[in-house]
Design a protein around this ligand. Structure first.
Ligand code: GLU
Length: 427
């Protein structure tokens, strides 16, 4: 069998591009695994890419046309799974990378799903609730052949929430003429959501952080942490980390960073954030920049905002001993070797933030059984699965003598490639 020699890896442009960042790590992992060329080609290419146009009559009576996307990267392990994001600067390459990351994430989390991602190119801050609902419903109607509880299951992502999932579920259900709550996860509880789903990504980040600290011999009670981003993932991670005795000395959101050497009052920050949708004016700490937050003297840094925050430009200035990636793709491929050389233990996104999709899986299982679990059961099972995933990635990294990031890619790619081999190629 032909092992690939990667003379010409995926092109890396100067501009950071999430898909290229993903492919750069993928190429190294593929080489370590001596992946066959055919399997390499198969795993690098999404199995399905759908673009739809979404014409909407806006509140002012005018028609505007938006573009919606769903990319299924791979469905060898099961129905594809992944979030829907709304953003004005959404690109196909971004969704492609995020879809592939979902494939690897589900493989590492050991759940029977493939990977997908989608979204609508729109600025939700400039849309009224009525317009937002119309966009969501038309997007869903146009994706009827793609979505399905046994085919492809969306979930919340950047700028989407439980309400948007409810509209997707309702629109899909109207078309198929029955209530189909397993078609999306991250729904409101009352229509088949799961207890603990909203906090799941942050809870997983907390579990991964404690596991990494134990490996580094750092005691939570004596440690300091900074969290970039105060959305669902950042705020819950910060709160749960501080509940573990870790001093969270800085947080940030789009309005900037906030520093308090004695520890941020997180209950106050969350309360203010919920009421005002920004931390500005909360009085929780001194103002610093978002970049400063990344470079503070801390034990743990949790980037939980968006892609490309830790780059070759600032990676050398990071003082944290551990980075736990709450966001998808916060570190570029070019930053990886700098962090490795400085001995920073990076718990990669596809492991660190997999708590969200893990509880999505629990939600889907509960919907299909019509039997709902207690919060305690959800949290205990999540913690167990996060621990198993962490240890599997850690041991793979040790075995191949590589970073946890590459260990995670190796573990995931190996599993999907083996599944593919067993299933064979249908012709
Ligand atoms: N959007 C989340 C992620 O990136 C959750 C996806 C899901 O639950 O399907 O992992």
């Amino acid at each position: 069998m032909d092992a690939v020699t990667y003379k010409e890896p995926a092109p890396i442009l100067d501009k950071e591009n999430p898909f290229e960042s993903m492919m750069e790590r993928f190429d190294v992992a593929a080489e370590l695994l001596e992946l066959e060329r055919g399997v390499y080609e198969y795993l690098k290419t999404p199995v399905k890419q759908v673009t739809v146009s979404i014409p909407i009559q806006m509140d002012n009576g005018e028609i505007e046309v938006f573009e919606g996307y769903r990319i299924i990267h791979n469905d060898a392990l099961g129905p594809s799974k992944g979030g829907i994001r709304y953003a004005p600067d959404l690109t196909v390459d971004e969704i492609k990378a995020l879809a592939a990351w979902m494939t690897w994430k589900c493989a590492i989390a050991n759940i029977p799903f493939g990977g997908a991602k989608g979204g609508v190119k729109c600025d939700p801050t400039r849309l009224t609730p009525v317009e937002l609902e119309k966009i969501t419903r038309r997007f869903t109607a146009n994706m009827l052949d793609v979505f399905g509880p046994d085919k492809d299951i969306p979930a919340p992502d950047m700028n989407t929430n439980e309400q948007i999932m409810a509209w997707i579920m309702d629109t899909y259900s109207m078309h198929v003429r029955r209530t189909e709550n397993a078609v999306v996860t991250g729904k409101p509880l009352i229509i088949g959501g799961s207890l603990g789903r909203r906090e799941a990504t942050g809870r997983g980040v907390m579990v991964a952080t404690l596991a990494a600290m134990a490996r580094k011999g750092i005691s939570p009670k004596q440690s300091k942490c900074a969290v970039q981003g105060f959305g669902n993932v950042g705020s819950v991670s910060a709160k749960l980390l501080s509940d573990q005795g870790i001093r969270v000395i800085a947080v940030s959101d789009v309005s900037g960073g906030y520093y308090n050497k004695d520890g941020i009052d997180l209950a106050k920050a969350m309360d203010w954030g919920q009421k005002h949708r920004t931390l500005e004016g909360s009085g929780i700490g001194d103002s610093i920049t978002n970049e400063d937050v990344l470079e503070l003297e801390v034990d743990v840094l949790v980037p939980a905002a968006k892609e490309d925050q830790i780059t070759a430009k600032n990676a050398g200035k990071i003082k944290a001993k551990i980075i736990v990636e709450g966001a998808n793709g916060p570190t570029t491929a070019k930053a990886d070797p700098i962090l490795d050389a400085n001995g920073v233990l990076v718990v990669p996104d596809i492991l660190a933030n997999s708590g969200g999709v893990t509880v999505s899986y629990f939600e889907w299982v509960q919907d299909r059984q019509g039997y709902f679990w207690t919060l305690d059961r959800v949290n205990r099972r999540l913690e167990r699965m996060m621990h198993d995933a962490f240890n599997n990635v850690f041991h793979t990294a040790e075995k191949y003598n590589v970073s946890m990031r590459l260990g995670a890619y190796v573990l995931a790619i190996d599993k999907v490639a083996k599944t593919l081999k067993v299933r064979g190629i249908y012709a």
